[in-house]
Design a protein around this ligand. Structure first.
Ligand SMILES: C[S@@+](CC[C@H](N)C(=O)[O-])C[C@H]1O[C@@H](n2cnc3c(N)ncnc32)[C@H](O)[C@@H]1O
Length: 214
């Protein structure tokens, strides 16, 4: 990474601005009609705490000093795991009328009860699934004003079956949500497949490609 950065430094004319911010609140810091392309790998509903995978770097680089800082960082994330869910979270309301997501959440909850799983984290599985997609809706909705007509977008996401083996076809659902917000769904490209640890089902890792026509 160090070598890559040293190489890039020599390339003149490529300006970059880094915002340390919540991608669900883009309208607060991006200029209207200023974006031509979005390429990103957002979280998936995969029970992974992204603050954990980068905690050492976050401390060494001075982004977090104590538990309050860590909490603030987590609160600025799209919800993708039950360790980072808060009472006041309300992104789930944004997918209240999406029948597919509601069905998945009901199935997770039914399985949890059937299997007698009662820990505090397990009780959050259904909710975190709705919070995840609600967070992505908030991101995609807030982004629209900053996009130029014709802008192209690419989201790398993967299917998940982390919650009691209930299949979540992340790319397909994200594509549907984007369409309901006025985006054109150009394609869902298959990047690779993995076999779910728990069963015989294939999990697809995909690139959801969108266009914003204005
Ligand atoms: C699937 S990972 C992608 C990692 C990235 N490709 C990389 O190499 O670092 C998802 C990333 O989204 C970040 N993230 C989660 N919620 C976010 C939010 N609301 N705004 C901005 N980034 C967020 C997480 O910290 C995590 O690094």
């Amino acid at each position: 990474m160090g070598d890559d950065l040293a190489t890039l430094r020599k390339q003149a004319g490529a300006e970059a601005t880094v915002h340390l911010a919540d991608a669900r609140r883009l309208e607060e810091f991006l200029e209207p009609s200023s974006i031509d392309a979005v390429i990103t790998s957002p979280p998936y509903p995969n029970e992974k705490d992204y603050t954990r995978t980068t905690r050492l770097e976050s401390v060494l680089l001075g982004f977090i000093r104590d538990k309050q800082d860590l909490r603030a960082l987590k609160q600025g994330f799209v919800r993708s795991n039950t360790r980072s869910v808060y009472k006041a979270d309300a992104d789930d309301a944004l997918v209240a009328d999406h029948e597919g997501i509601q069905r998945i959440a009901r199935l997770i909850e039914e399985r949890r009860i059937e299997q007698g799983k009662t820990s505090g984290f397990e009780r959050q599985y259904a909710r975190v699934t709705k919070l995840y997609f609600g967070g992505m809706v908030r991101h995609l909705a807030g982004l629209r004003n900053s996009l130029r007509p014709g802008a192209r977008l690419a989201y790398v996401v993967g299917d998940q079956a982390s919650y009691l083996r209930v299949m979540i076809r992340t790319g397909r659902i994200l594509g549907e949500l984007a369409q309901s917000l006025g985006y054109e769904l150009t394609a869902i490209d298959l990047f690779r497949t993995r076999i779910a640890t728990a069963g015989r089902q294939y999990l697809r890792e995909e690139v959801v490609r969108l266009r914003w026509l204005g």
